[in-house]
Design a protein around this ligand. Structure first.
Ligand SMILES: Cc1cc2nc3c(=O)[nH]c(=O)nc-3n(C[C@H](O)[C@H](O)[C@H](O)COP(=O)(O)OP(=O)(O)OC[C@H]3O[C@@H](n4cnc5c(N)ncnc54)[C@H](O)[C@@H]3O)c2cc1C
Length: 406
């Protein structure tokens, strides 16, 4: 009987172990090794304890756009196993998922324990041999496969090996992969918010705007979405997406960078200029600070007016050319300086990991080491917030499971 070893008892490792055992029909022995004392620890805390299992997005071309790293490579895998298949997989096992208005999908129980119970029950049903407190400290190639050694120098031999040790993988695993000529992209954080502790920003804490454009002028980077002012700076989907898609350049800046906010991205610069110009005629006697334009929240408008050096008493007819130019600039490209990053509701993912061109995405097998497979965040794949990271784990684990039983 062939032995298949899976390292890592997170979402990817568990899903791979269960499906490999299920598909092998008892022809292989499946062993799952987890260094900590408990399985699925990230699943447990995920989605604020509710587990955002996947996203209600069934068009592969749309789905892949949510992966700053992995967009191209995940296309094929998602044709094989996508959120629709995830929903079915859990539903067939008695776990119904529901979608929220923004597309995020959770178990109807709103409890990550439901997902954990389901996975643990399936692992048990298909006879996965689970070893916790088993920290893999060495892996070597043998004639027929691999020898895996733990912290007590106990050894297991396997014909096939799947590495699913996640985004915070220990040096030892990454070093072994490097010894096998795999290139590891630097591990850096993704999905964070911007620290901008300026009084005029933090004073707006709690206010959100449905559509702004975040601009990183140095990198010619633009991202549209909702913005949320917080008591430490800026958050919301537009900020989180920027942190993911620009993760590498922001890391290189030490998280001290100039960010610009366009509060009126639905208008061209010329249109905004024209609208401001019209006010001097149509609203000449109205106070600028109380005459809110562009449907902006009043306090945001007042902050922008004040930043343009227009005082509380000035009417539209009173403001000079320079003040009007400043208001135009503040509306379309408000300059803000970040001093660091902050974690989004404790959720973060790691960008970096095993270089994608070294993996065959039809099987998840290494192109450099035969019978070595990968799944989940160990690879240089990461998604934005919304259930996309777990979907990557389910999909790549399922593909590896199919390939490993062949
Ligand atoms: C707080 C938080 C909330 C999140 N919420 C969501 C969410 O709601 N939806 C979503 O899609 N994504 C979410 N994410 C991201 C998501 O959790 C990860 O992308 C996902 O867990 C990756 O799965 P994985 O199996 O690849 O890695 P992991 O879940 O990190 O699992 C890897 C496992 O390998 C084990 N391991 C590592 N090294 C060794 C070793 N040498 N020997 C043995 N075992 C080892 C680790 O102990 C761990 O259990 C969240 C992340 C965080 C931190």
């Amino acid at each position: 009987m062939k032995t298949i070893v899976i390292i890592g008892g997170g979402a990817a490792g568990m899903f791979a172990a269960i499906n490999t055992a299920r598909l092998s029909n008892g022809n292989s022995k499946i062993i799952l090794l987890e260094k900590s004392s408990s399985l699925l620890s990230k699943v447990k805390v995920s989605g604020g304890g509710r587990c955002n299992v996947t996203h209600q997005c069934f068009e592969v071309n749309d789905l892949v756009k949510n992966y700053p790293r992995g967009e191209k490579e995940l296309k094929g895998p998602f044709h094989f196993f996508n959120p629709k298949n995830t929903i079915e997989w859990f539903e067939e096992r008695g776990v119904k998922l529901k979608a929220e208005a923004d597309g995020r999908m959770f178990p109807i129980t709103d409890s990550s324990q439901t997902i954990m119970d389901c996975l643990l029950k399936e692992a048990n049903k298909f006879g996965v041999a689970i070893k916790t407190n088993y920290s893999v400290n060495a892996i070597s190639k043998t004639e027929n496969g691999f020898e895996i050694e733990n912290q007590f120098h106990e050894k297991i031999v396997a014909e096939k090996l799947l590495i699913a040790t996640g985004g915070n993988s220990q040096g030892i695993i990454l070093q072994q992969l490097k010894n096998w000529q795999h290139t590891i992209q630097p591990l850096i954080p993704s999905l964070f918010t911007f620290l901008i502790p300026q009084p005029e920003i933090v004073d707006l804490s709690g206010i959100s705007i449905p559509l702004v454009e975040i601009i990183l002028p140095k990198n010619n980077f633009k991202m549209k979405g909702a913005l949320l002012f917080t008591h430490w700076g800026l958050s919301g989907p537009a900020v989180l997406k920027t942190s993911a898609f620009a993760a590498k350049t922001l890391f290189e800046s030490g998280y001290k960078f100039l960010v610009q906010i366009n509060f009126v991205p639905q208008f061209s610069m010329a249109q905004v200029k024209e609208i401001l110009q019209q006010q001097t005629v149509n609203a000449s006697r109205q106070k600028v600070c109380s005459h809110v334009l562009f449907d902006l929240p009043k306090r945001v408008w007042q902050m922008l007016v004040s930043k343009s050096d227009i005082n509380d008493k000035q009417n539209w007819a009173d403001i000079n050319k320079l003040q009007k130019e400043k208001l135009l600039k503040c509306l379309t490209a408000l300059d803000l300086q970040t001093i660091g990053k902050s974690t989004f509701k404790e959720e973060f993912v790691t960008c970096g990991g095993v270089t994608l061109s070294e993996i065959n995405f039809k099987t998840m097998e290494s192109k450099l080491v035969k019978n070595l497979f990968f799944a989940g965040e160990i690879m240089d794949v990461d998604g934005i917030t919304g259930g996309f990271n777990f979907q990557n784990a389910w999909t790549t684990a399922m593909i590896a499971a199919h390939a490993m039983v062949k």
